[in-house]
Design a protein around this ligand. Structure first.
Ligand code: GCW
Length: 734
């Protein structure tokens, strides 16, 4: 940007005046009065009142079928939202009385509505979707919000409010939508002591000690936020599970939370500690085929359903990272999953069994282990079991190829698990908008020999006509006033929900929506902030683990660089296991000359990765051990490219510091200062990554830093000796 343009921009922004203080608690549901008078008037002329018909006294199905609490939630949200945005009270009435009435209803609660929508619309809306449409009636018009079930009305209410909050025209409003994935779930890794494993935003929001007597108002706001983006399930606590969760007192506490979430369409699921029957009731075994164990779970499940009638089911981490599981009894994952599946089936529950397994005793490439254990079990699970697979075969790294299991279990519904919390992407202090990363995996083509088998189509069930489908995001929220620690990390919670509903949305669309709702519709805010968001994941990859490097972070807390670490008790916990740097080069050979993990992918997917000449730069060191002087597409050597990627990542963060500085007068002072401080930290952290990694890898390459890369601030030993203490989300979690 030229100097004169720069000053013009600064000048214009300061004219806008300092925006209202905002602590971020309201997330993207702010409903502040729309400043643009003309726009506000046009909305007010289109929506004059909210019509919620009286429920019929009785009758089959009643008012929808989720009960009136959901309709009340939709009504209250619309009333608060529209009144706030339009700056005037929008009345709630039971019969349309004027032009521009916003009419809510389901076919059984409001048969008149049927004249305004078609059967085809209702079919397309399905169980959870809705129809939102402006309908002309003579010289007048109505805004129709129709759904088959009450929950659709709530989702539609949030969408209408989003249209206004993002300043979209509603004159031609015509939306018919249904979620592509059935179970859209948040997975909390919250412990009962309220620490959060890999959580960087304070404590767990669940106040176990005082539940069920004290029910925090925050639970409702959590439910509103989740419902506003279409999430419909939550696993309340850590997959490294505590058996206590299944005791009677805890079930009462859980039931109290479930009561708050229910009207918002959110079902509660629980993690399972496999040894619970032994730990809680002194059974001699937890063998899934043992009759006493089967009985124990059957009785326990009945107790759970008495407390929580719409309980969703179980999430299980078994025989993984020290957790017990059916393999302790020489049984398979399928034996374990099927036992629980039978126990919950009667009540319509499901079992989600995690595929995140790797075995210390198995010397094979860790990237291959989940596939080896699970593929033989394809077709052996009950109908109400899903296998939940992380996006990539290692562990939520900044960039991984898609998990080979997605292309290899056609007879099993596979759920996609992503991490909303940024364990490996800067945790609570760095900006990394993750929608581009999730889109990358969703759009990846598994090349299974069938038409159109992208990960998205496997996960949404359409590729194999699965009966159930699910997606899960590991939560990034906690008791911090703004929920997510980093104010811009709210965008990741938002993006996860939006993609879970519709994985065809683009990252740019989501960034745009979120920015408009959470900060401002001013183009001078929207354009720079969305570009920061959209660049951020790649910047983090560049300054931490570029060109396919992975798992080279510090041990334990996983914050910052640790490529030199080789003292962990398991080989595959050591960064040196993954980067394999030596005098010749760097990278993990996963071709036939190495671990041959490539063989786990269909030929169409594996072929381009297999050949060094066609392998995209971003996966180069994931699949190949590459000589330091290898000529890259750019004409530069691998060593030069590696160093330049680190530098480039830092340079990008520096441009954000400038961009953000320009927003000072366009957004509120509180969030401005918070993000400004975090960007200072992010730039410093990025330099640390560069200086530590380039100097460490130089001990193998023996090459100097190329032109364009700044000299390191400290010698290598400084970084190797640095100990980071009191990091959030880790030691505290134990
Ligand atoms: O990414 C790793 C984390 C563990 C986590 C594990 C898992 C809940 O470092 O903290 O445990 O994955 O997904 O089970």
């Amino acid at each position: 940007m030229s100097r004169s343009k720069f000053f013009l921009l600064v000048g214009t922004l300061s004219l806008l005046g300092v925006a209202r203080a905002d602590d971020g608690y309201r997330l993207w549901l702010r409903y502040d009065k729309i400043a643009d008078e003309a726009l506000r008037q046009s909305y007010a002329a289109t929506i004059s009142e909210i019509v919620v018909p009286e429920p019929p006294a009785q009758g089959p199905g009643g008012f929808g079928d989720l009960g009136t609490a959901t309709v009340a939630a939709a009504r209250d949200e619309l009333s608060a939202g529209l009144s706030g945005l339009l700056g005037t009270t929008i009345p709630v009435v039971t019969k349309a009385s004027r032009n521009g009435a916003l009419v809510l209803g389901t076919p059984c609660s409001n048969p008149d509505l049927l004249a305004l929508v078609t059967e085809a619309d209702l079919r397309a809306a399905g169980e959870e979707g809705y129809i939102l449409r402006r309908v002309a009636i003579g010289a007048e018009h109505r805004i129709v919000l129709a759904a088959n079930r009450d929950i659709g009305l709530l989702y539609g209410a949030f969408t209408l409010l989003r249209q206004l909050e993002t300043h979209q025209p509603i004159g031609q409003l015509s939306i018919v939508t249904a979620p592509k994935i059935q179970r859209r779930m948040i997975n909390h890794w919250d412990n009962l002591a309220r620490t959060v494993e890999r959580g960087y935003a304070g404590q767990s929001i669940w106040e176990w000690f005082v539940l069920p007597d004290v029910v925090s108002p925050r639970y409702r706001d959590y439910a509103r936020a989740c419902a506003s983006i279409g999430l419909n399930g939550t696993v309340l606590t850590n997959v490294n599970a505590d058996a206590q969760l299944l005791t009677a007192p805890f079930l009462q506490k859980i039931a109290a939370i479930a009561r708050v979430l229910r009207p918002y369409g959110i079902r509660v699921y629980l993690p399972v500690r496999w040894s619970a029957p032994i730990e809680l009731d002194q059974l001699k075994t937890a063998d899934p085929l043992d009759p006493a164990v089967i009985k124990w779970w059957t009785v326990k499940v009945a107790e759970i359903y008495r407390a929580i009638p719409d309980f969703g089911g179980f999430l299980v981490k078994a025989n993984s990272e020290g957790q017990p599981g059916p393999q302790n009894y020489h049984r398979t994952h399928a034996d374990g999953a099927n036992l629980l599946a039978d126990a919950v089936a009667l009540n319509g529950g499901i079992v989600i069994w995690r595929a995140f397994v790797y075995d210390a005793a198995n010397p094979d490439d860790r990237a291959k282990q989940a596939y080896s254990e699970f593929v033989p079990l394809d077709g052996k699970f009950r109908d109400n079991v899903l296998v939940q697979v992380k996006n990539g075969p290692i562990d939520f790294m900044p960039r991984e190829p898609f998990h080979p299991l997605f292309g290899a279990m056609p007879k099993t519904p596979l759920a996609l698990e992503v991490q909303i919390t940024q364990e490996y992407l800067g945790q609570g202090t760095q900006l990394a908008f993750l929608a581009p990363m999730w889109k990358e995996v969703l759009e990846a083509d598994t090349h299974r020999p069938a038409a159109d088998t992208t990960v998205a189509r496997i996960v949404d069930g359409s590729a194999d006509l699965q009966r159930i489908s699910a997606i899960a995001g590991v939560a990034n929220i906690g008791t911090d006033r703004n929920w997510t620690g980093h104010p811009l990390a709210q965008a990741n919670w938002y993006a996860f929900g939006r993609l879970a509903w519709d994985h065809t949305l683009t990252a740019a669309q989501i960034a745009d929506e979120w920015t408009r709702q959470t900060f401002s519709n001013d183009p001078r805010v929207v354009a720079p902030l969305t570009s920061m968001l959209l660049e951020s994941r790649e910047a983090v990859v560049n300054y931490s683990m570029p060109l396919g490097l992975h798992h080279i972070m510090a041990t334990g807390h996983h914050y910052g660089p640790g490529p030199w670490v080789d003292d962990q008790k398991r080989p595959d916990w050591n960064p040196v296991y993954y980067h394999r740097a030596d005098a010749k080069g760097i990278g993990f050979d996963r071709t036939a000359t190495g671990s041959n993990a490539l063989a786990q992918y269909a030929p169409g997917a594996a072929k381009p990765w297999d050949d060094l000449a066609t392998c995209p730069d971003e996966f180069l060191l994931w699949f190949h051990h590459v000589p330091w002087d290898y000529r890259m597409r750019s004409g530069k050597s691998l060593w030069e490219e590696l160093c330049l990627h680190y530098q480039h990542g830092i340079d990008t963060v520096r441009t954000w510091q400038k961009t953000w500085g320009l927003l000072q007068n366009a957004i509120d002072a509180e969030r401005f200062a918070h993000v400004q401080g975090l960007l200072i930290r992010q730039e410093r952290d990025a330099r640390e990554w560069r200086d530590a990694c380039t100097q460490y890898f130089a001990t193998f390459s023996k090459m100097p830093l190329p032109a364009g890369v700044e000299p390191p601030e400290h010698p290598l030993e400084f970084y190797e000796k640095a100990v980071l203490r009191y990091t959030p989300g880790w030691s505290a979690g134990k």
